[in-house]
Design a protein around this ligand. Structure first.
Ligand code: G6P
Ligand code: ZN
Length: 583
C-alpha cells in the first residue's frame, strides 16, 4: 500500500475557462500552462455536490489525443487529494465518449462500485497534436454532459479559485496495463483501476442489436463494408466489434489505430475531412480503385459522431435519424418490446424526422443544438431516438450520441431489409433512402460553414439578421430581387426553447427564416470552436412531389443558397466569398 500526502497549491484564476457546448476546449499550448488544467479540475470539484467527490468513483479517459496521458495523471492525483475513493481509467487512457456514458450507467466495479461521474478528455472532432486542440468535459451520474447549472458553477469557481489540492507524491499509474493499484491518503484508501476500454461497451451493443443477423449480412458475398475511424478512439472498438464479433474482413477497416494527432488529419466524419473513405466509396472527385463497398461509415475523434455512406451515395445526418426512427421497431431488438417513446432533433436539423413522427404518431421534440437537451427528455422517458445535422445520432441506451451505435443501426436495417434474399441483389443504402423519400417526401439539405471568421464581424452579421426580422416585407423584397421563384418568408425569429421537463429556458439559439413552402434558412454561431467564430448557415427545402425527389441536392438548393448569401450580406460582413466547408 503506497501512502500519499495532500498538497495545497496556491493559484490565481485564468481568464476564459468557460465550458462551451461540450466542455472546455483550447489549444494544447493553453492547457500546458502551469496550473491551467489544475484550476479547471479543482473548480469542477468545488462546483460538484460533496457526495460526487468525497468517496466517489470517477471515470477519467478520452479519445487519446495529445496531452491526454499527462492530464490523466494530473486528474488522478487531484482526485486522490480531493477525497475521491477510486478512479477508473480505460486501458491506455482510451474510452470513447459513448463508452464513458455506458461505463457510468452500467459498469459495476469491485465492491459493487458505480461511477458518479467522469472527466472526458477530448476535443471531439477538432484536430489533435502539440499545436492543435485539447479538451475536458465533465459528465454526470446519468452518463450525460453536466447541465448548464453545473457548468455555470464550474465557470464561477474558475474565476475565484485560490488553491487546488493535489497528491504530488502519488506515483504515476501505468495506464497501459489492466489492473488495480491501491493507495492510502490522509482520508483513507484510494484505488486506481485500469480496465479494458471496449468490453462494457461491446456488451451493451450486443444487448441492443441482433449481432447474428448483422453477421449474416456481412458474410453475404454481395455485401461489402468499410469503416474509417479517422485515427480516433473508434479504432479501439472497430476491430473488436466489426471484425472479431461480426466477422468483417480486417481490410474493411481504415485508419483504425488511435493516434495522438489523428495522423495529422481532422477527425470529423464529413465529406470534406473523411477523404479516404469518401474516395473509397466512389464519391467526390477522386478516382476510385475498383468497385466501391456497399456500405461505408466513419466516426469522429471521440466516436460520438458518425457519417453513413452507400456506394457513391451520401446519407445526410438529418435523413439518417429519420430513417433509423422509421425502421427501428422492425430492425432493432432494443425497440421491439416497448417501441419508441418519442423522437427528437435539434432545431437546425432538417424536418425529415418530423414527418416520420407524424406518420407513426410519435411524440416529437425540437431542441437547441447540443446533446444535453436530449438527455433531459430521455431521463423523463419521453425520447428513444434523436439526432442532429452535425453527424450525431443516438438513442436512450446512453446519454451521449453514439457513432458505432448508428453504424450498427444502419447495418441492422440493411440486414432486416435483406433477410430473405442475402444471395440475390441486395437492397442497398441508396434504395432504402430513395424508398424513404418516396414515402415521406425529401428534405433537400445543406450546411455552409464559415470557420475562423473574425468574432466581431460574426456578431455584427447575426445582429443584422435579427434586426432584419422585424420587417418581413423588407425581407421578401430582398428575396424577390435575388430569386423571384423562391417562396415568401412567413415567419422569422430567434429560436428559444423551454425544456418541457425542468422548465428552463434557452434563448438566442439561432436565427430562423421560415418560408411559405416549408423551406428554412437558419444562421447560428458555433459553440464548439476554440478560436475566432464559426458561422453556420443551414439550408433546407421540402419536396413532397415524388417526381421531384430525385434531383441533385446542390441544384435543387441553388436558389435558396443565393438568397441566404444575399440576405445575410455574408461576403460583406465576413470578407468570405465561399464557405470553408460544405456538408
Ligand atoms: C457538439 C455537440 C453536439 C452539437 C455540436 C454543435 O458536437 O455534442 O450536440 O450538435 O457540438 O456544434 P457547433 O459547433 O455547431 O456548436
Ligand atoms: Zn465527438
Amino acid at each position: 500500500m503506497v501512502l500519499f500526502n495532500v498538497s495545497r497549491v496556491e493559484t490565481t484564476p485564468f481568464h476564459g475557462q468557460k465550458p462551451g457546448t461540450s466542455g472546455l476546449r483550447k489549444k494544447v499550448k493553453v492547457f500546458v500552462q502551469p496550473h491551467y488544467l489544475h484550476n479547471f479540475v479543482q473548480a469542477t470539484f468545488n462546483a460538484l455536490p460533496a457526495e460526487n467527490v468525497k468517496g466517489a468513483t470517477l471515470v477519467v479517459s478520452g479519445d487519446g489525443r495529445y496531452f491526454s496521458k499527462e492530464a490523466i495523471q494530473t486528474i488522478t492525483k487531484m482526485s486522490a487529494a480531493n477525497g475521491v475513493r477510486r478512479v477508473w481509467i480505460g486501458q491506455n487512457g482510451l474510452l470513447s465518449t459513448p463508452a464513458v456514458s455506458a461505463v457510468i450507467r452500467k459498469r459495476i466495479g469491485l465492491d459493487g462500485a458505480k461511477a458518479t461521474g467522469a472527466f472526458i478528455l477530448t476535443a471531439s472532432h477538432n484536430p489533435g497534436g502539440p499545436h492543435e486542440d485539447f479538451g475536458i468535459k465533465y459528465n454526470m451520474g446519468n452518463g450525460g454532459p453536466a447541465p448548464e447549472g453545473i457548468t455555470d458553477q464550474i465557470f464561477r469557481h474558475t474565476t475565484i479559485i485560490k488553491e487546488y489540492l493535489i497528491a504530488e507524491d502519488l506515483p504515476d499509474v501505468d495506464i497501459t496495463v489492466a489492473g488495480v493499484t491501491n493507495f492510502t491518503g490522509p482520508e483513507g484508501p484510494f484505488d486506481v483501476e485500469v480496465f479494458d476500454s471496449a468490453s462494457d461497451y461491446i456488451e451493451l451493443m450486443m444487448s441492443i442489436f441482433d449481432f447474428g443477423s448483422i453477421k449474416r449480412l456481412l458474410s453475404s458475398p454481395n455485401f461489402t463494408f468499410c469503416f474509417d475511424a479517422l485515427h480516433g478512439v473508434a479504432g479501439a472498438y472497430a476491430k473488436r466489434i466489426f471484425v472479431d464479433e461480426l466477422g468483417a474482413q480486417e481490410s474493411s477497416l481504415l485508419n483504425c489505430t488511435p493516434k495522438e494527432d489523428f495522423g495529422g488529419g481532422h477527425p470529423d466524419p464529413n465529406l470534406t475531412y473523411a477523404k479516404e473513405l469518401v474516395a473509397r466509396m466512389g464519391l467526390g472527385n477522386s478516382e476510385t480503385q475498383g468497385e466501391p463497398p456497399e456500405f461505408g461509415a466513419a466516426a469522429d475523434g471521440d466516436a460520438d459522431r458518425n457519417m453513413i455512406l452507400g456506394k457513391r451515395f451520401f446519407v445526410t445526418p438529418s435523413d439518417s435519424v429519420a430513417i433509423i426512427a422509421a425502421n427501428a421497431v422492425e430492425a432493432i431488438p432494443y425497440f421491439f418490446v416497448s417501441g419508441l417513446k418519442g423522437v427528437a432533433r435539434s432545431m437546425p436539423t432538417s424536418a425529415a424526422l418530423d414527418v416520420v413522427a407524424k406518420h407513426l404518431n410519435l411524440k416529437f421534440f425540437e431542441v437547441p443544438t447540443g446533446w444535453k437537451f436530449f438527455g433531459n427528455l430521455m431521463d423523463a422517458g419521453l425520447c428513444s431516438i434523436c439526432g442532429e445535422e452535425s453527424f450525431g445520432t443516438g438513442s436512450d441506451h446512453i446519454r451521449e450520441k453514439d457513432g458505432i451505435w448508428a453504424v450498427l443501426a444502419w447495418l441492422s436495417i440493411l440486414a432486416y431489409k435483406n433477410k430473405d434474399n442475402l444471395q440475390d441483389k441486395l437492397v442497398t443504402v441508396e434504395d432504402i433512402v430513395r424508398q424513404h423519400w418516396a414515402t415521406y417526401g425529401r428534405h433537400y439539405y445543406t450546411r455552409y460553414d464559415y470557420e475562423n471568421v473574425d468574432a466581431g464581424a460574426a456578431k455584427e452579421l447575426m445582429a443584422y439578421l435579427v434586426k432584419l426580422q422585424s420587417s418581413l416585407s423588407e425581407v421578401n423584397e430582398i428575396i424577390k430581387g435575388v430569386q423571384s421563384d423562391v417562396s415568401n418568408v412567413v415567419h422569422a425569429d430567434e429560436f428559444e426553447y423551454k425544456d418541457p421537463v425542468d422548465g428552463s429556458i434557452s434563448s438566442h439559439q439561432g436565427i430562423r427564416y421560415m418560408f411559405e413552402d416549408g423551406s428554412r434558412l437558419i444562421f447560428r454561431l458555433s459553440g464548439t470552436g476554440s478560436e475566432g467564430a464559426t458561422i453556420r448557415l443551414y439550408i433546407e427545402q421540402y419536396e413532397k412531389d415524388p417526381s421531384k425527389i430525385g434531383r441533385l441536392s446542390q441544384e435543387a438548393l441553388a436558389p435558396l443558397v443565393e438568397v441566404a448569401l444575399k440576405l445575410s450580406k455574408m461576403e460583406e460582413f465576413t470578407g468570405r466569398s465561399a464557405p470553408t466547408v460544405i456538408t
